[in-house]
Ligand binder design. Structure first.
Ligand code: BDP
Length: 699
C-alpha cells in the first residue's frame, strides 16, 4: 500500500450486499472492434472487474452472454437497443453509459463514436463500481467541455523537475527509446481514466536539445506508447533554438532563414511523431529568449511557429506569463498590457495560455484580467498542480476549490455570467479551439505525487478539465472512495477536511489578500522579510508594503491602478474599500492597521487571528485523520499522519514568522488569548534551507 496504484486500485468489494448486487448485474462484457485502444479497455475491465468482484468477469464473444456491451455507434451490436441519448450530442471523445433492454434482458451499454471514447467510458464504468453507484438505472451521456486537456511537465532533460516535489522526472531519457518503463503505461492509464489527452514533456524553461534528432527518437517512443490511450505528446520550444542548435545568427521570427529553419524542424518532428500536438512557449519572461529580443511582438513569434505547425494540425500555446526588468510598472499589469493590443493578430491555431491569477500561482489570487479581455483569441487556462507556493508535497491542500474559485469567477466582460469557465470552454466567444493545462505534480516517487493527497489534485484537475461544472465535493467524494475508503462516514469527514484545506493554507500563509511572501529562490517557507534583490518584484516587501501605518498593495486608481484592467462592475467592487471582499483586501488596498474589519476587529487583530486560526485548523485536520484510521490501511495512514505533523509544524512556522515580522511595523500586541511565538523574529529570519528542492539562482 505505497500509493502506486493511485485511484485505480480495484480491490475486492468488502460490502457483501453491494458485491452480490454487482456480481448479478455484471457477468460478462463484449467489446465490438479491434484496436490497441480497445485492447487497453478490455484489459482494464478484465483486471478491474475481476479485482472488484473477486471472480473472473469474462470477455465474451456473443452478445447473448454479455451484460455489458461496449461498442461504437452504429455498431450492429447496438441495433436492437433503443438508446435514449441523441448520439449527435456526443462529441468525438464523449460517451454514453446507460442501462437498456436487449431481448427482454437488462444490459449496460457503453457507447461512443471513437475507441478513445469507449476507453473513457470503460474507466467511468469501473469508477461507478469503485465508488458504489447503483447500476440499475444509469443514464450517463457526457462529452468534454474543453478540447485540449493537458499536463505540463516542468521536467528538465537531466531529470530534475522545476518546482517538482515528488522525486525526479519520470522520463528516463537515457534508456529511451529502447526501454519503455512500465510506469509510462500506468501514467497513461491514470490520465486516460480522467480524460487527460495531452502531455507536454518538457519544462517551459526550455532546452533546445529536445528538438535534436536523438531526443526526437525518444519523444517518438513515448508518443507511440501514449497514442492508444488517446494522449498526444507536446514539447516546449526554446525560442533561440535556431541559434543554439541550428547554427543561425539570429532567431528573429521575421527572418526568412529562421522561418525556414522552424518549418524544416517541425516537418522533421512530424516524421517522428505524426500526430505531434504542438508547442508550449515561454518567451520574454524570466530571462527566456523571445521575439522581443528582435523588437518583434508575441504575435510575430507565435505566428511563425503556428504557420509551420498548421499544415500538420499542430497548435501553439503561447504563455502570457511575462514580466521583465525593463518594465517598472506593477508586475501584475504586464501581461494584459502586452497581450491586449495583440487581440485578433494571432493565427487560428494559437492559444494564449494564461495562469489563473495575474501574479504567480499564489494560494489565493483574483482571476487574471486577461480572461475575457481578448475576445478574438482562444485563451487557455494554466493551473499549477504542483504545490510550489502551497507547502510543496508535505502539505495536504486539495486544489479543486482553488481551481473552481477561478473558473466560477465572473469577468463581466460580456455582461453578467461571463465566467472564466465560459472563456476557457470557448462558449463566451464561440471559439472551437479550447484548452486547459495543469503543471504536473508527478515525479518518480513510488506514490507519484509525494503526498498521497497530491494524487487528488492530479485527479481533480483532470475531472474539471473534462467538466468544470463538477463540484469540488463530488470530485473529492469520488477520489476518496476510489483511493482510500468507501466507508460513508469516513468519506464525509475526509471530504469536509479536503474542502477546508485550501482556505486553511491561505489562512496560515497569505491571509486577507497577502501574496508573494515566501522564501527566496526555493519558495520554501515564509519570507516576508525578503528585500534588496536584483528586482524589486522578486522581493516580499514590494508586495506587502508593510510600514508603520498599514499594509497592502494599493492597486486602485490612487495606486498602480491594476484594477483598470478589469471590467465593470468587477473593478468597482474591488476598488471600493467597503465592497472589496476581505479575502482580497491587501491585494488591492493599502490599509491602516486600525482599519475596522467586518468582524469588528482591527485589521491587525484580524490578521493575527486568521494566522492562528489557520495553524490551529491543521490540528483539526490531524484529528479528522485520526478518526478515519480504522478504515485506512496502516501504510498510507501513517504516511499522511506524518505529513500532517510536518504541515502543522510548518503552519506554525509561517504563522510565527509572519505575525512577528508584521508586528515590527504595526508595533501592536498580539491579541489576548493567542499564545505568543516561542522564538524571536530573528530566529525565523536566520533559518536556511540548503536542502530545499528547487533552489534557483534567482526569483
Ligand atoms: C514560477 C516558478 C518558475 C517558473 C515560472 C513559470 O517559480 O520556476 O519557471 O513560474 O511559470 O512560479 O514560467
Amino acid at each position: 500500500e505505497d500509493g502506486y496504484r493511485l485511484w485505480l486500485r480495484y480491490d475486492l468489494i468488502k460490502d457483501q450486499a453491494k458485491l452480490n448486487a454487482y456480481k448479478k448485474t455484471v457477468t460478462g462484457f463484449i467489446i465490438d472492434g479491434n484496436s490497441s485502444t480497445l485492447a487497453i479497455a478490455s484489459k482494464e475491465l478484465d483486471n478491474g472487474l475481476t479485482g472488484l468482484l473477486g471472480s473472473r468477469v469474462p470477455l465474451v464473444k456473443s452478445v447473448r452472454d454479455a451484460s455489458v456491451i461496449i461498442a461504437r455507434f452504429p455498431s450492429p451490436l447496438l441495433k436492437d437497443i433503443n438508446l435514449k441519448t441523441d448520439t449527435k450530442a456526443i462529441s468525438e471523445e464523449g460517451y454514453v453509459i446507460t442501462t437498456a433492454l436487449l431481448n427482454k434482458k437488462n444490459v449496460i451499454v457503453i457507447a461512443a463514436h471513437t475507441d478513445v471514447g469507449l476507453l473513457y467510458g470503460s474507466f467511468h464504468f469501473l469508477r461507478l463500481i469503485q465508488s458504489f453507484h447503483d447500476l440499475n438505472n444509469i443514464d450517463i451521456a457526457t462529452s468534454p467541455k474543453i478540447k485540449h486537456r493537458l499536463l505540463n511537465h516542468w521536467d528538465n532533460l537531466d531529470r530534475t523537475v522545476e518546482r517538482g516535489y515528488a522525486g525526479f522526472s519520470i522520463w528516463d531519457w537515457h534508456k529511451l527509446p529502447d526501454y519503455i518503463d512500465p510506469r509510462y503505461h500506468d501514467y497513461a492509464r491514470a490520465n486516460a481514466s480522467i480524460g487527460i489527452n495531452g502531455t507536454v514533456l518538457t519544462n517551459v524553461n526550455a532546452n533546445a536539445q529536445i528538438l535534436t534528432e536523438a531526443y526526437l527518437r525518444k519523444v517518438a517512443a513515448l508518443a507511440d506508447m501514449f497514442r492508444p490511450y488517446g494522449i498526444k505528446v507536446y514539447l516546449t520550444a526554446r525560442f533561440s533554438a535556431p541559434v543554439e542548435i541550428g547554427n543561425l545568427k539570429t532567431a528573429d521570427p521575421l527572418d526568412p532563414q529562421v522561418r525556414t529553419w522552424w518549418k524544416n524542424k517541425i516537418d522533421e518532428i512530424y516524421k517522428y511523431v505524426p500526430d505531434f500536438g504542438g508547442f508550449v512557449v515561454k518567451a520574454n519572461s524570466e530571462g527566456q529568449p523571445g521575439p522581443q529580443n528582435y523588437k518583434r511582438n508575441h504575435a510575430d513569434g507565435a505566428n511563425m511557429l503556428a504557420e509551420a505547425l498548421e499544415a500538420h494540425k499542430g497548435i501553439v500555446m503561447w504563455r502570457a506569463f511575462v514580466y521583465d526588468n525593463e518594465v517598472p510598472e506593477d508586475r501584475v499589469k504586464q501581461a494584459y498590457n502586452e497581450f491586449k493590443p495583440l487581440d485578433g493578430g494571432f493565427k487560428s491555431n494559437v492559444l494564449v495560455q494564461v495562469k489563473n491569477g495575474p501574479l504567480d500561482f499564489q494560494p489565493r489570487e483574483p482571476f487574471h484580467p486577461l480572461f475575457g479581455a481578448l475576445p478574438k483569441t482562444p485563451i487557455m487556462m494554466e493551473f499549477q498542480i504542483t504545490q510550489e507556493y502551497l507547502g510543496f508535497a508535505t502539505h495536504l491542500v486539495y486544489l479543486a476549490p482553488l481551481f473552481k474559485e477561478c473558473l466560477d469567477s465572473d469577468t463581466y466582460t460580456k455582461g453578467q455570467g461571463s465566467t472564466v469557465a465560459k472563456v476557457i470552454d470557448g462558449s463566451l466567444e464561440n471559439h472551437s479551439l479550447t484548452g486547459i493545462a495543469g503543471v504536473a505534480n508527478i515525479g518518480n516517487d513510488r506514490n507519484w505525487t509525494g503526498h498521497i493527497f497530491g494524487q487528488a489534485n492530479w485527479y481533480a484537475f483532470g475531472r474539471l478539465a473534462w467538466d468544470h461544472n463538477l463540484t469540488s465535493e463530488a470530485i473529492a467524494d469520488e477520489w476518496i472512495r476510489m483511493t482510500l475508503t468507501n466507508d460513508d462516514q469516513s468519506v464525509k469527514k475526509l471530504t469536509q477536511m479536503m474542502i477546508a484545506s485550501r482556505e486553511i493554507v491561505v489562512q496560515y500563509m497569505t491571509p486577507l489578500g497577502l501574496h508573494h511572501i515566501m522564501g527566496w529562490s526555493h519558495h520554501y517557507g515564509p519570507g516576508p522579510w525578503i528585500k534588496d534583490k536584483p528586482r524589486a518584484d522578486w522581493t516580499s516587501v514590494y508586495y506587502h508594503q508593510a510600514e508603520a501605518n498599514g499594509i497592502g498593495f494599493n492597486r486602485t486608481t490612487t495606486g498602480s491602478n491594476a484594477l483598470e484592467q478589469y471590467a465593470q462592475p468587477v473593478r468597482n467592487r474591488f476598488e471600493t474599500l467597503e465592497q472589496c471582499p476581505e479575502n482580497f483586501l491587501l491585494w488591492f488596498h493599502h490599509v491602516s492597521w486600525d482599519h475596522k474589519m467586518k468582524s469588528g476587529r482591527s485589521l491587525w487583530d484580524e490578521l493575527c487571528h486568521t494566522y492562528y486560526k489557520g495553524a490551529d485548523s491543521v490540528k483539526w485536520m490531524q484529528n479528522v485523520w485520526e478518526t478515519v484510521r480504522p478504515n485506512i490501511d496502516e501504510e498510507r495512514f501513517s504516511h499522511v499522519k506524518t505529513f500532517l505533523g510536518i504541515q502543522h509544524k510548518e503552519a506554525e512556522w509561517w504563522r510565527n514568522s509572519c505575525v512577528l515580522y508584521f508586528q515590527s511595523f504595526s508595533k501592536k500586541e498580539i491579541p489576548k488569548g493567542l499564545a505568543k511565538p516561542e522564538k524571536p523574529l530573528h530566529y525565523y529570519e536566520s533559518l536556511e534551507f540548503p536542502f530545499a528542492p528547487g533552489i534557483r539562482p534567482h526569483w
